[in-house]
Design a protein around this ligand. Structure first.
Ligand SMILES: Cc1cc2nc3c(=O)[nH]c(=O)nc-3n(C[C@H](O)[C@H](O)[C@H](O)COP(=O)(O)OP(=O)(O)OC[C@H]3O[C@@H](n4cnc5c(N)ncnc54)[C@H](O)[C@@H]3O)c2cc1C
Length: 474
């Protein structure tokens, strides 16, 4: 077999791989991207799997670093808050930020991926589609791929940036290699791979525009039909339609609706008619979509370390897949690229040491957002409709509006700022205690004693922000 050679490669031309390719190219590094799928721009194979994502500060910051945000923004729809749909069809709007400047951006995952591939190609990055990594021999830096014809190809690759997603083959190969060569570190739990599947999965639905081409729901909102263990959600697309995602347990869980039990068209229509009635009327093809669109899996991946010498580094979901309930998976992956870019600017490219610094920065942040995303999932599941929980949220909102330089919610810190996730996580714990204390004995937010609240914030939150030089000015 002929062995071709490349000095730098990315495995996985998804969101993170395509963006990292542009960062590297801008640093003068010629990189080839190996992508398992065929070229998204020439196929509709992603049909039924392209959920909409929310882009927020961290993802936007990475794009701005490359001066690409204005271009990408054109394929997004700004979203200013959540519209909660009750089973009785009542609507409650909860604004996201403290003002209209704080919004999120809805974008189709596949449209964004296509755009990033095109932008990377424009910069001179070469994509090898239909190239699926199967195995590698680290000692000789040989990587084996299966191409579209099913033939094996071998490449000698200098350094590999592995961005092949949550089910990463690169991670598997890396961990297998480390298990063999560093068995004692695995025994002591210094090295580990922890894959934690979620009991819930997801499925995509399409909500078309009305007959005049207009949006059927308010396009400025993320629409949520929260029902405890399961929920439906829609985000606007560019031309009048919405993409919906149903989150539901895979299997029966105390009698709640689940993908296992709802397995025919009639049951699917009934689920929407009884649980999401105002969405059901806007989903003409829901039966077919329920039956034909795949049910996606969700889960959390934590592993350590993310790299091997100057041979391979894991990025994005390959290193740290998280559940989507904080809307941060892609944003966190894009932040990886921006952080790596900063480190490359500050260092001669001694990759081994650079990756050591990278993982020192990113690992605890990735763990923090993984835990916060899971917390959000359990919060949605267990606390929807809990009046004391809702009162606490209202109190928090009031604190944020009254003392914006002293108090920002964990959601705002994660979504609108660039403060490390690990600090957001720690601040979130202090905030919880503070709000529990302030809300004790209250029936409404109007009863909140604001001078006492300010004093408590200054006693509990300000020392942390001062110690870590954090500012809520974003
Ligand atoms: C339902 C849902 C909602 C989400 N919502 C949000 C959100 O609102 N905001 C947000 O920030 N994130 C969100 N996410 C997370 C986001 O989609 C991921 O974090 C992001 O796609 C990760 O990018 P990635 O490039 O690391 O991996 P991927 O996007 O999965 O890309 C991996 C690429 O590698 C390729 N590949 C895989 N195996 C191989 C192989 N062996 N050889 C070669 N190529 C290979 C794949 O084909 C793919 O193109 C959501 C995820 C889900 C499932």
């Amino acid at each position: 077999m002929t062995v071709k050679e490349e000095k730098y490669a990315i495995i996985g031309g998804g969101l993170v791989g395509s963006l990292m390719a542009i960062f590297l190219k801008r640093k003068g590094i010629d990189v080839v991207v190996f992508e398992r799928r065929e070229d998204l721009r020439k196929s509709d194979k992603d049909h039924g799997r392209s959920i909409n994502l929310i882009a927020t500060s961290r993802g936007i910051h990475a794009l701005k670093k490359l001066s690409l945000w204005e271009e990408i923004k054109k394929i997004t729809v700004p979203v200013f808050g959540r519209m909660i749909h009750s089973i009785e069809e009542d609507l409650t709007f909860q604004p996201y930020g403290k003002d209209k400047n704080e919004c999120n951006y809805s974008v189709s995952r596949s449209k964004l991926n296509e755009k990033l591939i095109s932008l990377a190609e424009k910069e001179g990055v070469k994509f090898l589609f239909n190239s699926s990594l199967t195995k590698c021999d680290f000692s000789e830096r040989k990587y084996f791929f299966i191409n579209a014809k099913g033939d094996e190809e071998c490449y000698k690759l200098g350094l590999v940036f592995a961005a092949d997603g949550a089910g990463s083959q690169c991670r598997k190969i890396l961990m297998d290699h480390l298990r063999v060569n560093y068995a004692e570190k695995f025994e002591k739990n210094e090295f580990y791979e922890d894959i934690d599947p979620l009991e819930s999965g997801y499925k995509e639905f399409f909500m078309p525009s009305d007959e005049s081409g207009n949006y059927c729901l308010d396009k400025d909102s993320l629409h949520i039909w929260p029902r405890g263990s399961y929920m439906f959600m829609t985000l606007a697309n560019l031309k009048g339609s919405f993409t919906g995602t149903l989150y539901m347990p895979h299997k029966s869980e105390g009698g709640v609706p689940n993908f296992g039990d709802i397995n025919n068209k009639k049951e699917a229509r009934k689920l929407f008619k009884t649980k999401f009635p105002d969405a059901e009327r806007l989903l003409p093809h829901l039966e077919e979509e329920f039956m034909e669109n795949p049910t996606g899996k969700l889960g959390t991946v934590k592993c350590y370390p993310w790299y091997l010498e100057d041979k391979m580094i894991l990025l994005g979901d390959a290193a740290h897949a998280i559940v989507p309930f904080f809307g941060q998976g892609m944003n966190c992956g894009f932040e990886d690229c921006a952080v790596l870019d900063d480190l490359m600017s500050d260092n001669e490219k001694n990759w081994d040491s650079l990756f050591g610094q990278f993982i020192k920065n990113r690992k605890e942040n990735a763990d923090a957002i993984a835990d916060m995303a899971l917390e959000n999932f359990f919060e949605m599941k267990n606390k929807v409709g809990d009046s004391s929980f809702l009162l606490k949220k209202q109190i928090e909102n009031l604190l944020e509006k009254t003392f914006p330089s002293l108090y920002r919610s964990r959601y705002a810190i994660v979504t609108y700022g660039l403060i490390d996730y690990k600090h957001a996580f720690e601040l979130g714990k202090i905030q919880k205690e503070l709000i529990d204390e302030l809300s004790e004995g209250l029936d409404s937010k109007e009863q909140l004693n604001l001078p006492r609240a300010k004093k408590l914030i200054e006693e509990k939150i300000t020392p942390y922000t001062k110690k870590h030089h954090l500012s809520f000015d974003f």
